[in-house]
Design a protein around this ligand. Structure first.
Ligand code: GTP
Ligand code: MG
Length: 600
């Protein structure tokens, strides 16, 4: 990248950041490899700054690959910084700071595979963050019968294919355009797109053969120059601002952090403030390590120490005390400002990212702050409350917190892309706590929702099972089979469901009177457990004598304890069959005639 000190006087232009995202194995890294490889071939070794997850591609390399498609004179941006994302979640990390990081994006979709779960998730993120993007429809060389032309622009290689191959490819491309449209984006082949902010351009490419890659770079460059240029006119010599991508151990340097610097500059000796799991870390940069080009990677000296780096760039930062730095957290250079102010800025940013929690809810764990935030968003959309949200592996104390939830459905831990420590798994096994693990956020949410539905259904069933259900039935005339001990009479169910072993009541006016206990129901000589509206059955009632406490023609009821009536009316009405609701309402009406507050 341009040395900040060499661009004296003139306008500083920041390198736009391009996030590459898409479903696993659709070819994100291969695409970058292709660009890096070609770049190294087209330019001198060292022209490219390559970093774990971040590859800076200078303008001259881009125009080298794009060939006649790009005239370097049309551009004054220094190049593009590509951020590779392993799956979608790192991208959420990068997005965690409200879209400050990635300016534009490439969504990689395998043209024969189409949209997949992580493609959908990536599209959701792009929509939410309003990030302009293009689609790289990758692996066109896998269309059966494809005749490759290494590194050719798409029109040239497309024209050279047979009709059959072309129509197979078109089919895949239109499928993707359709899926984009389903996701709410108007999309078309890139050469038909005029306004890349209003429409998504689809570029057919092959990371394997390099076909279409010139087109992709041309589109990316044009998109940035046209729509991002003004935003790129910033002071890249000011105090650096960046985001921690991840932590790693480097021989001789201890814990280092991989950082995407998206504003200003960074030098050894700079005091930096880095977000951590606890209070922000204040430390001094010992070394800036820039990875050497790909083919020179050797175990011993993989990195080159540099004196300065300016935005946008990917850089490994070595400094003391970084053990508790947090992936996804901000990094800020202090330079000539009061350190307290910078600490406050970092803290404010962390709070902005911090997930809002409530008193009662599930525990959420994620690998980075960004993914935690993405998870919290998804949970909020699904109305899942979160009681505790943290970056890190699932530990026993998470289980302890989950266990204290009042609602059984909240005794759960949603773990995104983290490990479950053995003792935590044991603790969960011994308790009622369920741990959900996945590396796709929406899958996690869906699994949890399925569990909630299941638990709620089981709970309802449990309650319904133990609660007395309403029924009204009438003793038929001339249907006394036995006077008493027990009284056996023929009845017709008028409303609700009559169940065996329930208490039978009778209303004298509005006064309920218990007459006995149902000890058997028979339908056409067969014992049954229940009878519903319209059924004519004979019932045995322990207690009363026909002609005294009960008479033929009497209307009888299943006695419902007041508590049960309350639960039935307030919580279970929706789960009751229509006939039972009717019986319940009639029963409540009778009771409330006498006592308006009965069962309330
Ligand atoms: P993750 O980082 O795991 O999400 O995957 P990725 O999207 O980075 O995919 P990657 O680049 O690792 O590619 C996955 C596989 O697809 C590898 O075996 C690649 O060689 C292959 N592949 C990628 N692009 C192409 C392509 O254009 N054509 C063919 N034939 N194979 C490809
Ligand atoms: Mg990859």
């Amino acid at each position: 990248m341009a040395d900040p000190d060499s661009t004296d006087g003139g306008e500083q232009l920041r390198t736009p950041i391009v996030a590459v995202l898409g479903h696993v194995d659709h070819g994100k890294t291969s695409l970058l490899d292709e660009i890096r490889g070609s770049a190294v071939a087209a330019d001198e070794a060292g022209a490219i700054t390559q970093h774990i997850g971040a590859t800076a591609v200078p303008l001259d390399v881009i125009s080298g690959i794009a060939g006649s498609l790009v005239d370097p004179a049309d551009f004054d941006l220094p190049g593009l910084l590509f951020i590779d994302t392993p799956g979608h979640h790192s991208f959420s990390t990068l997005r965690a700071r409200g879209g400050a990081l990635a300016d534009i994006a490439v969504l990689v979709v395998d043209v024969t595979d189409g949209f997949q779960p992580q493609t959908e998730e990536a599209v959701d993120i792009l929509r939410r963050t309003e990030t302009p993007f293009v689609v790289a429809a990758n692996k066109i060389d896998t269309v059966p019968g494809w005749r490759p032309r290494e590194g050719a622009p798409i029109q040239e290689t497309y024209d050279a294919q047979t009709d059959r191959v072309r129509s197979d490819l078109d089919e895949g491309l239109y499928e993707i355009i359709g899926q984009l449209s389903d996701a709410g984006f108007s999309a078309d082949m890139y050469w038909r797109v005029q306004d890349f902010q209003a429409n998504v351009g689809v570029v057919p490419v092959s990371a394997e053969t390099g076909e279409g890659v010139p087109d992709l770079l041309t589109v990316m460059m044009g998109l940035s120059q046209r729509y991002m240029r003004d935003a790129m006119a910033v002071d890249t010599t000011g105090p650096g601002v960046g985001t921690v991508l991840e932590l790693s151990e480097e021989k001789g340097f201890g814990t280092t952090i991989d950082v995407v610097l998206y504003d200003g500059s960074l030098r050894p000796g700079d005091t930096i403030v880095v977000g951590s799991e606890e209070a922000p870390i204040v430390t001094e940069v010992r070394a800036l390590l820039q990875p050497k080009p790909l083919e020179e990677i050797r175990t011993e000296s993989r990195f080159e120490q540099v004196d300065s780096v300016s935005a946008a760039a990917g850089i490994k930062v070595a400094a003391p005390d970084l053990e508790h730095a947090m992936a996804g957290a901000p990094l800020r250079v202090v330079r000539d400002r009061p350190v307290e102010d910078v600490i406050e800025e970092v803290q404010a940013e962390l709070e902005e990212i911090a997930v809002e929690t409530v008193e009662e809810g599930v525990v959420a764990k994620a690998d980075t702050l960004g993914s935690l935030e993405a998870m919290a968003n998804a949970a909020a959309e699904a109305e899942i409350p979160i009681v505790r949200a943290e970056v890190g592996d699932v530990a026993p104390r998470d289980v302890a917190v989950a266990e204290t939830a009042e609602e059984p459905t909240n005794r759960a831990i949603l773990a995104f892309n983290v490990d479950v420590l053995d003792d935590a798994a044991d603790a969960a096994d011994e308790s009622e706590v369920r741990i959900f693990e996945d590396d796709v956020i929406y899958q996690l949410v869906e699994d949890y929702e399925a569990f909630v539905t299941e638990r709620e259904r089981a709970q309802q069933e449990q309650i319904l099972e133990n609660i007395t259900r309403p029924a009204r039935f009438r003793i038929l005339p001339d249907h006394t089979f036995r006077q008493s001990d027990p009284a056996v009479v023929g009845v017709e169910i008028e409303a609700g469901t009559l169940r065996n072993n329930t208490t039978v009541a009778l209303f004298e006016g509005s006064e309920p009177e218990r007459v006995g206990q149902l000890s058997g129901i028979q339908e056409q000589g067969e014992d049954v457990d229940e009878a519903t509206r319209g059924d004519r059955v004979s019932v045995a009632i322990d207690g009363p004598t026909v002609g005294r406490q009960i008479e033929e023609g009497d209307v009888l009821w299943t006695e419902i304890p007041e508590k049960h009536a309350k639960i039935l009316e307030q919580e279970l009405v929706e789960d009751l069959p229509g006939g039972e609701v009717e019986a319940l309402n009639m029963y409540l009406e009778k009771q409330r005639d006498r006592d308006p507050f009965w069962g309330k």
